[in-house]
Design a protein around this ligand. Structure first.
Ligand SMILES: Nc1ncnc2c1ncn2[C@@H]1O[C@H](COP(=O)(O)OP(=O)(O)OP(=O)(O)O)[C@@H](O)[C@H]1O
Ligand SMILES: [Mg+2]
Ligand SMILES: [Zn+2]
Length: 706
């Protein structure tokens, strides 16, 4: 099919009603029509869909579009249908078997030009047969970063798309993503075996977006800042990214009480409620959606005027993708991050949770072996695997060569094992991969924290991360960071304490990275980004902690180190050149691990994060420090998930009175009736007064509520 015969501008107007192409689009469309592979890395909202929709509609044959989210498929499907375009089909798990059959029939009959499918569809024989009958002229992988474990939305079933492509006779393939790091791009091209792909060049800048950061400590200050932002003229429609589900609900409620038409949106809501919220928002019946990342990829509402982040996202990739929901119509829009240094605690929790030990990897492998047939082919429910993030574990094992993954319906993993025991070489390769992913996560956290705390231009900081430079532009059209944040910052005091907290984090990072082989001075030099030659000689300028505290004085950093030594978190070796390392666990001392853990436990409670419940229960049942157990009991009360009841009742027997006290308080909050007998016996036993009174108050609360 020659492109010369098609007037693309006319087709663009006829089919989509657009006056002209946006940067990169024509290039991608022409390449697709010429039968080339395309790797389109274009920012969120820049118009990637058109790059495959137009060739599909004018190029003849069938284009198969693989897309990871039903909401996203539905959105595009509906938009095309609304424009009166024929030949657009969708296969989704939400459809009835009859609807799926009818769609497959039309595909088989060659009536489809654009077919949207989820990756797990390739596990269906019926579907593969239908495809066998209808030649696929083009394959499209939308949100292609899902096949890179470096991407933030990794999906194991995306890994098998290369095989799918082969089975379809290697049709020209277009992969699209808004995730820009070169590593992700390389992964995509390699995994799909793209041949000399055309890469349309668009800058990564979204010139109509303005960026700002507001420091706000705690929910109170954040709420006030949010209201102020949303009350400005032209601030809505708006999306507020809240991170955790509970925050979505409370933020939406508060906004509604302040007169906004607001609703929460998260994966815990029933599917139809979520769809209804999305529909109302798209139709302009809602001013604000308070959402988790579930409201993300590919959702297209052109006139979002503000995107506010209630908490720090875990990476610049995630931030830019979500902020990019604003201003897709090209008109000015604002992206504001509400920054509280404490929010890093949760991200640290997830980074630590994602770490996999040799024991865990072996256990996951063992569970897969248990479901495997004689040929090593396995299929297991994700929740059967004994780790917090089963998908990540399977991905790591795949990467290490211990298994290959097949497409599977969501909630399941399937594939083929290499051996019935996890070979030593595979295990060590897997551990290396775990370490690499962990380091990448720390680097990303550092980068987004750097964005939030930079004194310079925010756009420049973001784009530099994606490997681009920006042309200077007028401050009022750019960001709040053009040196206009003055020394008389009302939050300066608060900022100072945040700084102290994060200085300690940074010191610990540097100590870990130097593995106990550096002294106080060296650590301070590393953190302040010193250019001393000895640093480079030792490779210390390559560490991710290098320059983490640029701008602080070495003396100040050394003070922090000394403080950590005094608190027993770090220790110094003896000798002429004493080295600094993490303190060995001493029963009386607050160990560094405990310090980390405390932060995580408290943050989980404050975030009312249900996902943290299993972790907190483990801490409550088994941690050696009574104080940490007490914090876990308290956090479980704040989250108030019934799943914690049994563990809290057991904690009424804890050897430490303060743990019993907090367990009682939390059971009161949860109104757990089964706890009444145990609470009653605590009240009448010979225990500390405060335990007895906590038990009494809790019993009263439970009786009131029942
Ligand atoms: N040439 C064009 N002229 C005007 N508007 C356009 C053009 N191309 C796309 N758009 C509009 O831009 C918006 C974003 O398009 P699209 O959903 O394809 O973005 P995307 O790059 O896929 O973003 P995401 O990364 O979020 O998936 C849509 O509202 C679309 O209608
Ligand atoms: Mg898209
Ligand atoms: Zn700027």
């Amino acid at each position: 099919m020659g492109t010369a015969t098609i007037d693309l501008d006319a087709e663009l107007r006829r089919l989509f009603g657009f006056a002209g192409f946006r940067p990169g689009q024509r290039n991608a469309v022409e390449a697709a029509l010429a039968g080339r592979d395309v790797l389109a890395i274009m920012p969120t909202g820049s118009g990637k869909s058109l790059c495959f929709q137009l060739p599909a509609l004018v190029g003849g044959g069938a284009t198969l579009v693989v897309s990871p989210l039903i909401a996203l498929m539905q959105d595009q499907y509906a938009a095309l249908r609304d424009r009166g375009l024929d030949g657009v089909e969708m296969l989704a798990s939400t459809m009835t078997p009859e609807q799926v059959d009818a769609a497959l029939g039309r595909i088989q009959a060659g009536e489809a030009s654009l077919v949207y499918v989820a990756p797990e569809r390739f596990a269906s024989r019926r579907f593969l047969e239908a495809l066998g009958g209808a030649a696929v002229s083009r394959l499209v992988i939308d949100e292609a970063h899902c096949l890179s474990e470096w991407g933030h939305d990794f999906r194991p079933d995306y890994l098998r798309l290369a095989d799918v492509r082969e089975r379809l006779g290697e049709p020209p393939t277009m992969a699209l993503t808004a995730t820009a790091t070169p590593r992700v791009a390389r992964d995509i091209a390699r995994a799909l075996r793209l041949r000399d792909p055309v890469t349309p060049s668009t800058g990564f800048d979204r010139p109509n977006l303005m960026f700002a950061v507001r420091r706000a400590a705690g929910d109170g200050q954040k709420g006030a800042a949010l209201l102020a932002l949303l009350r400005r003229p032209d601030a809505v429609p708006a999306v507020v990214y809240c991170g955790r589900r509970a925050a979505c609900v409370s933020v939406a409620r508060e906004l509604a009480e302040s007169g906004f038409r607001a609703a929460p949106y998260h994966a815990g809501l029933a599917g139809d409620e979520r769809t209804a919220t999305l529909q109302r928002f798209l139709a302009g019946e809602l001013d604000v959606v308070a959402a988790t990342t579930a409201f993300g990829m590919g959702i297209d509402k052109p006139d979002v005027r503000s995107v506010v982040h209630w908490t720090l996202p875990s990476s610049p990739e995630e931030y830019y993708q979500q902020a990019g929901r604003a201003g897709r119509d090209g008109l000015p829009a604002r992206c504001t991050l509400l920054y509280d240094g404490k929010d890093k605690g949760l991200i640290v929790f997830f980074i630590n949770r994602a770490k996999l030990s040799a024991g865990e990897l072996t256990a996951v492998h063992g569970s897969l072996v248990a479901t495997a047939d004689a040929g090593g082919v396995f299929r297991a429910a994700e929740r059967q695997l004994p780790v917090d993030d089963p998908r990540a574990a399977v991905a790591v094992l795949e990467r290490a060569g211990a298994l290959e993954v097949f497409p599977a319906q969501s909630g399941f993993v399937a594939g083929r094992l290499k051996d019935s025991r996890l070979a030593g070489a595979h295990l060590s390769a897997a551990l290396v991969a775990v370490k690499r992913v962990e380091r990448m996560r720390w680097d990303r956290l550092k980068a987004i924290d750097g964005y939030a705390t930079t004194g310079g231009c925010r756009r420049e900081a973001l784009l530099a991360y994606f490997g681009e430079r920006v042309e200077p532009r007028q401050p009022e059209l750019c960001c709040d960071g053009h040196g206009r944040r003055s020394a008389v910052d009302p939050d300066a005091e608060r900022q100072a304490t945040v700084q102290v907290a994060s200085t300690a984090d940074a010191v610990l990072l540097a100590v870990d990275e130097t593995a106990g082989r550096a002294g106080r001075t060296r650590i301070a030099q590393i953190l302040t980004g010193s250019s001393a030659a000895a640093l480079a000689a030792a490779g210390h300028d390559q560490l991710s902690s290098y320059g983490a505290l640029r701008g602080s004085s070495q003396a100040g950093v050394m003070k922090t180190i000394d403080g950590l030594i005094a608190r027993g978190v770090l220790e110094q070796t003896g000798g002429l050149y004493p080295l600094v390392r993490r303190a060995a666990a001493a029963p009386a001392a607050v160990t560094a691990r405990d310090a980390d853990l405390r932060g995580q436990v408290v943050a989980l409670g404050d975030a009312r994060d249900r996902e943290g419940v299993p972790f907190l229960l483990r801490v409550l049942a088994a941690h050696s420090s009574a104080d940490v157990r007490r914090l876990a009991a308290s956090a479980l009360g704040k989250i108030a998930d019934p799943a914690a009841e049994e563990g809290l009742i057991a904690a009424l027997d804890d050897e430490a009175p303060q743990v019993r006290q907090y367990a009682a308080v939390s059971l009161g909050r949860l109104a757990t009736e089964q706890a009444l007998p145990a609470l009653r016996s605590l009240q009448s036993s010979d225990v500390e007064d405060y335990v007895r009174s906590a038990a009494g108050v809790a019993s009263g609360r439970i009786r009131d509520r029942s």
